[in-house]
Design a protein around this ligand. Structure first.
Ligand code: PEP
Length: 338
C-alpha cells in the first residue's frame, strides 16, 4: 500500500499518517518526490484497507502496489533516484565510471591505478580488500591493510572509494573507510548482510547473483531499503547461462527492465559480465547505449601480473580508449560521462 499525500500536505498531516501506520504495528517509509510525498507501508501481513487512510487530512489517495517489491518500485516513486556518494551525485543524467583493480595489492599499485583511471575520466576508485573467492586457497585480500591503502589512494587523488563488504563481522570496519559499499554477487541473497547494510548510512552497489532473476535482485534491494538505507545501486554483472565460451553472459536486458521497474540507478560491470579482457570495451559501450547510469570496470597497471581477475582487467591505454568511446555513445543518447 502506498499513501500519496497532497502537494499541500503539512508535516503534521504526514506525521498523522505515520502514527496511524505505527498504531497498527507496521512501518511507514516516507518517499519524498518532486511535487509530493508518498508513504510506503511495510510489515503488514495481510491486505491493507485503504479507506481509513483516505479520510486522513492531507491524503490524496491510498493505492495498492502490484509488485512484491515496494519501496524500490517505480509505482512508489515514479522519478529516478539520485543521491550523494562522497562529493558525487549518482543516478542522474551524468554517467559515472568506477574503475580499479579486483584486489588492492600494494601502495604503488592502488595509488598508481587511482591516478591512471582518474586521468582517463573515472570518478570513483574500486579495489577489493576483503575478497570472497571461489576457492579458500585463492588470495582473500589484504583486509585491513588494504582498506588503509584505499584510504591513502583517496587522500592522494580525492576519488571516493568503492570496496566490497563480505560479511556482517567486518561490515562496520569496511563502512568506516568506504564511500560506497559493494555487495558482491555471492552475497546477493545473504539476508543477514542485506539487513545489516540497510542499517548503515553509506550507498551500496548491489550486484546481481549469477543465477538470480531480476525479481530476486529487486527483492534483495528491498531488504536494504526497508531497513532505511535508500541509497542502493543495482548492478548487472553477468549471469550463468549454457554458453561455455565466456565465463558469464552479460544480460543487458537487465538495464531497461530494472530501470522500468525500479527508480534506483542501474550500473553494469562489463568486466565480470563477459570475463574476457579484449571484449570489455565493447560491453562498456553497449551498457551505456542500453541506458546504464554507470559502469564498474576492472583496471590494473599490469593486468597479466594482477593477483586476481587479470584475464578480465584492462590496462591504462585500453581503459583510456574505451572511455573516449563511451563518451561518444553517451553524447549520442543525450547523456554525459562525468
Ligand atoms: C568484484 O566486483 O570485485 C566482484 C567480486 O564481483 P562479483 O561479486 O560480481 O563477482
Amino acid at each position: 500500500m502506498l499513501i500519496v499525500m497532497r502537494p499541500d500536505a503539512t508535516p503534521q498531516d504526514i506525521e498523522q499518517v505515520n502514527a496511524e501506520i505505527r498504531r497498527r504495528g507496521w512501518q511507514p517509509h516516507a518517499i519524498p518526490g518532486g511535487t509530493r510525498t508518498a508513504i510506503g507501508i511495510t510489515g503488514n501481513r495481510g491486505v491493507v484497507e485503504p479507506e481509513p487512510f483516505r479520510v486522513l487530512p492531507g491524503v490524496a489517495d491510498a493505492v495498492l502496489i502490484s509488485q512484491p517489491f515496494k519501496l524500490v518500485s517505480r509505482e512508489v516513486k515514479p522519478e529516478d533516484s539520485k543521491f550523494q556518494a562522497g562529493p558525487l551525485t549518482l543516478g542522474g543524467k551524468t554517467i559515472h565510471v568506477i574503475a580499479g583493480p579486483s584486489s588492492v595489492e600494494t601502495r604503488d599499485q592502488i595509488v598508481g591505478t587511482a591516478n591512471g583511471v582518474k586521468k582517463a575520466g573515472a570518478t570513483l576508485l574500486r579495489g577489493g580488500a576483503f575478497k570472497p573467492h571461489l576457492s579458500p586457497y585463492e588470495f582473500q585480500g589484504l583486509k585491513h591493510d588494504g582498506l588503509a591503502l584505499l584510504a591513502e589512494a583517496r587522500r592522494e587523488t580525492g576519488m571516493p572509494i568503492v570496496t566490497e563488504v563480505k560479511d556482517t563481522a567486518t561490515l562496520l570496519q569496511v563502512a568506516e573507510v568506504a564511500d560506497v559499499l559493494l555487495l558482491g554477487s555471492r552475497n546477493m541473497q545473504n539476508y543477514a548482510l542485506l539487513e545489516a547494510v540497510g542499517e548503515v548510512r553509506k550507498p551500496v552497489i548491489l550486484k546481481r547473483g549469477i543465477s538470480a532473476t531480476l525479481k530476486e535482485v529487486l527483492m534483495a534491494a528491498e531488504y536494504i531499503v526497508a531497513r532505511g538505507n535508500t541509497r542502493v545501486i543495482l548492478c548487472e554483472r553477468g549471469i550463468r547461462t549454457f554458453e561455455t565460451m565466456t565465463p558469464n553472459t552479460l544480460d543487458l536486458n537487465a538495464v531497461p527492465m530494472l530501470k522500468s521497474l525500479s527508480h534506483l540507478p542501474v550500473f553494469v560491470d562489463p568486466s565480470h559480465g563477459i570475463g574476457m579482457r579484449k571484449a570489455v570495451p565493447a560491453l562498456m559501450r553497449a551498457a551505456v547505449a542500453a541506458g546504464a547510469d554507470g559502469l564498474l570496470v576492472q583496471v590494473h597497471p599490469d593486468p597479466p601480473r594482477a593477483i586476481s581477475d587479470g584475464h578480465q582487467t584492462l590496462d591504462f591505454p585500453e581503459f583510456e580508449k574505451a572511455m573516449d568511446e563511451v563518451r561518444a555513445i553517451a553524447g549520442a543518447i543525450g547523456r554525459d560521462v562525468a
